[in-house]
Design a protein around this ligand. Structure first.
Ligand code: TYC
Length: 102
């Protein structure tokens, strides 16, 4: 973009192209001990899913070993991982929640 001034000078501003911020998937991993109902509650509470959606993702994790709960900017994803892990541990469940770059 260029701005012409009255004295004839030309002020040029170059717009810097910013790369979009990297996004991260938040995943749940399967284990043999966390109750299915607890995983459904986690998906509803921390990932704003309704019970039907949450049940579908829980069963996907249960049968396939892992599943995506959501995709977020880095600090949001990190906060979800912390919150889910804290909630699981405070209920004595080994549920694993991890993030990976999308
Ligand atoms: N496999 C667990 C069970 O049979 C259920 C489960 C599902 C655990 C998803 C963790 O991320 C998970 N009780």
């Amino acid at each position: 973009m260029a701005t012409k001034h009255q004295d004839g000078s030309l002020l040029e501003t170059k717009r810097t192209q910013l790369a979009p911020p990297p996004l991260y998937k938040v995943l749940l991993l399967n284990d043999d001990f966390t109750p299915m109902d607890f995983v459904i509650v986690v998906l509803q509470r921390f990932f704003a899913m309704d019970r039907e959606q949450a049940t579908r993702i829980m069963l996907k994790v249960h049968t396939e070993g892992k599943g995506v709960c959501g995709v977020y900017p880095r600090d949001v994803a990190a906060t979800k991982v912390e919150q889910v892990t804290g909630f699981a541990r405070s209920n004595q469940h080994p549920l694993a929640c991890v993030m990976e770059e999308n």
